[in-house]
Design a protein around this ligand. Sequence first.
Ligand SMILES: [Zn+2]
Length: 271
Amino acid sequence: MPELPEVETTRRGLAPLLVGKRVRTAVVRHPMLRQPVPRNLPKLLAGATIHHLARRGKYLLFDCGKGTLILHLGMSGRLWVVKSATPPDKHDHFDLVMENDIVVRLRDPRRFGLILWTTGDPLRHPLLAAIGPEPLAPEFDGETLYRAIHHRSAAIKQVLMDSHVVAGVGNIYANEALFRSGINPRTPARRIGPERCRLLAKNIRKTLESAIVAGGSSLRDYVGSDGLAGNFQSQFMVYGRAGQPCRRCGVNIREIRQGQRSTYYCPQCQK
Ligand SMILES: [Zn+2]
């Protein structure tokens, strides 16, 4: 599943190709993703200039001045940049055709992605309005995190994955940030004090930034590559490493289930 770093890497890869450029048309091959794709989208987009490409959580926002195209990659979506003559695959449901002959193509086999249009403030769109703070924004710090979690009794790992608490921290990055902070993923969130929240907020940011940097080194492949950001997989400290020795202390990494998701942690390093 594309996580925040992959979405941000995609945004950085696409922005120089799209910003300031005009859309020739849009092609909707499958009108039903997680919600219906607006029927009049090709008409709305034809001739529009993309002023800015932003990200909020895992949503990409194509600011066209008169409105914003909101795109979410869902469970299996990927954006590819292809030449306009490239024939579509059966899972290529949407094309944004630019005047400079570049096509941004959405491939989404499971069709959980979203393509919407809004003329209002996209940040106030019902899907985006309740998203918590951006973990990469300067205002996200230990205090923000502490305020959001100090009353929560659920396990910290699950609380971190709640997008109302912080935007877009998925399973991989929650696991990795907790390891870096020495926090056991089963700890009730309310037992994590301001000091550990400061450390955790810093490590959430660092983990995501490392993944973006790793993805950035393979940006060219990325906007049309496979799920996980670039080379970050080889840097995982705990994720997917059950039964293997901890890179820090040598004790075997454990795997447990929390809310139907796999959690990986070191019983020695994470208390
Ligand atoms: Zn360890």
